[in-house]
Design a protein around this ligand. Structure first.
Ligand code: PBG
Length: 325
């Protein structure tokens, strides 16, 4: 039936009609807030490249996490900035490391807030790569042991979910085996399954002080041009035991969010990464974009594409905006 019988504008005539037929819902309950935790006390160091985000000492991080929870956001994902870095990423898996300490504090103060731990080595490596480097190359298999140790350390401390973001082959299986051997059979793995070597991580690398000191991440993170390969990455992680699979970044990869959702019918996460946040912040500061409307449109679009879970630096603000605050 074509015009004039069909007039799609009929159902757009009022806010009530639009709400009645709205297909996609964005809720605070879908969001996860990333937090950067660092050593010290009363430290709240603004991240220049990510307006509104800070590196937080544990005491300040607890205050921020409380505000996040109050806004209705169900979880946070932690990134650690260690006291010092070395070539074995010791700070990633030491029980006294920054992330295990932060997790214990969170679980004590806010037991109902989901604590997700990013599992990677780059923030803890002197060279800034996500795995062990030998002969100038990032070594896959020796890195798996360290990643598994880090995951176990975080779950021992009380983490609810571990999220490996390193892109080594076989890491989900290694982490699942290590967690199970330790009795952590009920802890889900949210894998950064299709993670691309992306220019959109630029602001994060300032935030987490994790830029590679030589070369780039293209031998382990994916080539932006490859969609079929992304599905193979996801299939392998699912086989290895991933419970939630992630596509990252989000905006330039929305086709993959949709393809992964349709192919695997599993919980799919999308990481609305630092560059996607910072470019809107920068435009809003110039008066070129309305931050709130733009952010909610982006997050709704990711849900429409098929994301069940969205990791976003806007989580706390978006939760408030959704409640009309
Ligand atoms: C660690 C990691 C990165 C991000 C999440 N985990 C950086 C990278 O891979 O270089 C990026 C997050 C963001 O840009 O918001 N490997």
């Amino acid at each position: 039936m074509a015009f004039p019988l069909t007039r799609l504008r009929r159902l757009r005539a009022s806010p009530q009609l639009r709400a009645l037929v709205r297909e996609t819902e964005l809720q605070a309950g879908d969001l996860i807030q990333p937090l950067f935790v660092r050593p010290g006390l009363r430290q709240r160091i603004a991240i220049g490249s990510m307006p509104g985000q800070s590196q937080l000492s544990i005491d300040e991080m607890l205050k921020e996490a409380e505000a996040v929870a109050k806004a209705g956001v169900p979880g946070v994902i932690l990134f650690g900035i260690p006291e010092k870095k070395d070539a074995q990423a010791t700070g990633a898996y030491a029980a006294s490391g920054i992330v295990p300490r932060a997790v214990r504090a969170l679980k004590k103060e806010l037991p109902d807030l989901l604590v997700v731990c990013d599992v990677c080595l780059c923030e803890y490596m002197s060279h800034g790569h996500c795995g062990i480097v030998q002969a100038g190359k990032v070594q896959n298999d020796p890195s798996l042991k360290l990643l598994a140790r880090a995951a176990v350390a975080y779950v021992d401390a009380g983490a609810d979910i571990v999220a490996p973001s390193d892109m080594m082959d076989g890491r989900v299986a290694a982490i699942r085996a290590a967690l199970d051997a330790r009795g952590h059979t009920e802890t889900p793995i949210m894998s950064y399954a299709a993670k691309f070597a992306s220019a959109f991580y630029g602001p994060f690398r300032e935030a987490a002080e994790s830029a590679p000191q030589f070369g780039d991440r293209k031998t382990y993170q994916m080539d932006a041009a490859n969609g079929d390969e992304a599905l193979r990455e996801v299939a392998l992680d699912v086989e290895e035991g991933a419970d939630i699979v992630m596509v990252k970044p989000a905006l330039a990869y929305m086709d993959l969010i949709r393809r992964v959702k349709e192919r695997f019918q599993m919980p799919v996460a999308a990481y609305n990464v630092s560059g996607e946040y910072s470019m809107v912040k920068a435009a809003a500061k110039n008066g070129w974009l309305d931050e709130r409307a733009t952010a909610l449109e982006i997050l709704t679009g990711l849900r429409r594409a098929g994301a069940d879970v969205i990791l976003t630096y806007w989580a706390k603000d978006a939760a408030r905006w959704l409640r009309g605050g």
